[in-house]
Design a protein around this ligand. Structure first.
Ligand SMILES: O=C1C[C@@](O)(C(=O)O)C[C@@H](O)[C@@H]1O
Length: 261
């Protein structure tokens, strides 16, 4: 079972991850104070949204240290989301990697998000593991939901490429697509020897953000203030739903949910 500073990626008790979406250090530190009060399990810094730090590697590393202090020990996940995957960063394999590498080398993060289908993914995974940082492999489909088999295949390839957590976020057109995503979650979480995180985005996909753990998703993203993706629910709503749906770690008895390391 993957454990980062005491936080276990266990679908029976999904990890609640809250993104920081500020555009500059001031907004980010204000948001970090509010997020800390909400006490999520992990905080994601969406570096691509910090437009006023763009291109400033030193400032970005300094900001990561400030945020780590402000969060008082809550593990940090750093994400530089590219435009084709729903973020603001241009696809620039070296630039993308430079930012991640600077943050990892400075010991400024516990986890990094690596878009596994982008150029430079392999180098990022190697660099992260050299730096002792866990990799959340990711893929986002902003328009549609691939078939269950295709999504399982994407998650399987992420695991094969060295991601420590395999994450997919897709966009449903109808409730059947949400079922497809939940089905892929159930299949992949039993097959793979590492945590799977899945999201069906938008209003239609909300059920996946609260019930994903039942089907094997080890984490869910929730907002404090401004969210980072369509359909994200606020942290209080997600916590209340998790308490109702998985009161005693429901899902713990799932076959194949054993240790992965
Ligand atoms: O990959 C994800 C999931 C997400 O897109 C969501 O839908 O909640 C939010 C992003 O910030 C994060 O990096």
């Amino acid at each position: 079972m993957l454990e980062i500073r005491g936080v276990r990626f266990d679908p029976a008790r999904p990890v609640v991850i809250v993104p920081l979406t500020g555009v500059d250090l001031r907004e980010l530190t204000d948001q970090a104070a509010a997020v800390r009060r909400a006490a999520p399990d992990v905080v994601e810094w969406r570096v691509d949204l910090a437009e006023r730090l763009a291109g400033d590697l030193r400032g970005t590393v300094a900001a990561a240290h400030r945020l780590t202090d402000a969060l008082g020990g809550i593990p940090l996940l750093v994400t530089v989301r590219t435009r084709p995957e729903g973020g603001r960063a241009p696809v620039d394999p070296d630039g993308h990697l430079d930012t991640l590498r600077a943050l990892m080398d400075a010991g400024a993060t516990d986890l990094v998000d690596v878009e596994m289908l982008q150029p430079g993914a392999h180098a990022a995974v190697v660099a992260a593991h050299e730096a002792g940082v866990a990799v959340v492999g990711s893929h986002h489909d902003l328009r549609s939901t691939p078939s269950r088999g295709e999504m399982v295949g994407v998650l399987r390839r992420m695991a094969g490429a060295g991601a420590d957590v395999c994450k997919i976020a897709v966009t449903p057109q109808d409730p059947g697509d949400v079922l497809e995503l939940l089905g892929a979650t159930w299949t992949a979480s039993r097959e793979l020897d590492r945590p799977v995180v899945t999201v069906s985005m938008g209003a239609l996909g909300g059920v996946s953000r609260v019930a994903g753990g039942v089907f094997g998703s080890a984490a869910t993203f929730a907002s404090v203030g401004r969210g980072s993706a369509p359909g994200q629910l606020d942290v209080a709503t997600v916590r209340a739903a998790l308490a109702a749906l998985q009161p005693d770690g429901a899902g713990r008895e799932r076959p194949g949910a054993g240790d992965w390391r």
